[in-house]
Write a protein that binds this ligand. Structure first.
Ligand code: NAD
Length: 363
């Protein structure tokens, strides 16, 4: 199959859909690879690296889209990329359509077959293509929160771990899945006092077992959540309702009553965010202060560490890229119900039920 890798054009996005190593695997399996010039710049992979792996280098995105059938990307297509999509394309990338009706319409109008990384499942019903980026975002969320607590960023002027004789920062993590577990690991490693809230007793038991008494666990109810948030220096949102928008768990009223200079890191912002006061931000300008509280709401956090992120992502996507390319999308999806769950749009129809429900449409 003809496989295309355009350069990512979303603001401050330095990852790329396939590493040169992954391109080598695909060419070794008989596929033709078309990579946009400079696509690997952000991970220090030059055009020559891709050529040595067997790829053809093309001068711009238009050339990649007009040559390739399977387009492998990282972020959702931007408007100029949507204009290049047609019924001949299979798009394999993160889409996060639930909060984005305009993009959903654009993809339906394109006629392309769009398979979203974030709704592909594994045999346990987990989301294996979200997992590596969730690991990265979770670890980064504690780092970003620690930095935002510094006075020059508007924070309370607290060091996460304190020092001997001085109390550490109090960190609350809402949601103890992949992001939450990784955020907890780094925040505890920095010496913070950490509490996690989740709706799942099994998740709380697993985390309690993993981290021991250093971690406080709380079942998430409206009042336990409010108490923990108001008592915190840093709150990290790490909630997911599969394929749907994030629930607004922290209201503006709660934010107004938080400690002045406290920090909110809304990792779930890519699904609309868990704080009523959240607005998406970019790496170029990641924080803003509202009601005296610092908000960090970067929707593509792993883009800050593109080398780690691209390698981790490609490790997870490559087997699926291979099966789409080897078998064609219809046969690959027929043979693999987990990959089939990734199908969001095809032939002008929205096929992902949770996305359709969250937009009030039929699937
Ligand atoms: P996950 O499914 O592993 O974990 C989600 C957890 O949230 C689960 O343990 C679930 O029980 C819990 N939960 C659900 N509803 C809850 C509620 N009302 N109160 C408390 N807990 C609740 O998901 P994940 O991979 O950890 O992803 C978490 C979020 O981070 C998602 O929204 C994902 O899209 C987002 N994310 C963002 C970025 C970014 O760059 N901003 C990167 C990766 C992931």
């Amino acid at each position: 199959m003809q496989i295309g890798v355009p350069k990512e054009i979303k603001s401050q996005e330095f990852r790329v859909g396939l590493t040169p190593e992954a391109v080598g695997e695909l060419t070794a399996n008989g596929h033709s690879l078309y990579v946009e010039t400079g696509a690997g710049q952000g991970i220090d992979a030059s055009d020559e690296h891709y050529q040595q792996a067997g790829a053809n280098i093309l001068p711009h995105a238009e050339a990649v889209f007009s040559t390739a059938e399977l387009i492998v990307k990282v972020k959702e297509p931007q408007p100029s990329e949507c204009d290049l999509l047609g019924p001949q394309h299979i798009l394999f990338t993160y889409l996060h359509l639930a909060p984005d009706k305009a993009l959903t319409d654009a993809l339906m109008n394109s006629g392309a077959t769009c398979i979203a990384y974030e709704t592909v499942t594994d045999d346990q019903g987990r989301l294996p293509l979200l997992r590596p980026m969730s690991q990265v975002a979770g670890r980064l969320s504690a780092q970003a929160g620690a930095q935002a607590l510094e006075s020059i960023f508007g924070g309370r002027g607290l060091l996460m771990g304190g020092v001997p004789g001085v109390m550490p920062a109090r960190v609350t993590v809402i949601g103890g899945g992949v992001v939450g577990q990784n955020a907890i690991q780094i925040a505890l490693g920095m010496g913070a006092e950490v509490t996690v809230l989740d709706r799942s007793p099994e998740v709380l038991e697993r985390l309690s077992h993993q981290f021991g008494p250093a971690l406080k666990t709380l079942y998430a109810t409206g009042s336990s959540l409010e108490g923990a948030v108001l008592d915190s220096d840093l709150v990290i949102s790490a909630v997911l309702v599969s394929g749907a928008g994030a629930p607004k768990l922290v209201t503006r009223d709660m934010v107004k009553r938080m400690n002045s200079g406290a920090v909110l890191v809304d990792v779930a912002i890519d699904q609309g965010g868990c704080f009523e006061t959240s607005q998406p931000t970019t790496h170029a300008d990641p924080t803003y202060v509202m009601d005296g509280v610092v908000h960090y709401c970067v929707a593509n956090m792993p883009g800050a560490v593109p080398r780690t992120s691209t390698q981790a992502l490609t490790n997870a996507t490559l087997p699926h890229v291979l099966s789409l390319a080897d078998q064609g999308w219809r046969e690959a999806l027929r043979a693999d119900s987990n990959l089939r769950n990734g199908l969001n749009v095809t032939d002008g129809v929205l096929t992902c039920v949770p996305v359709a429900q969250s937009q009030g449409r039929n699937a």
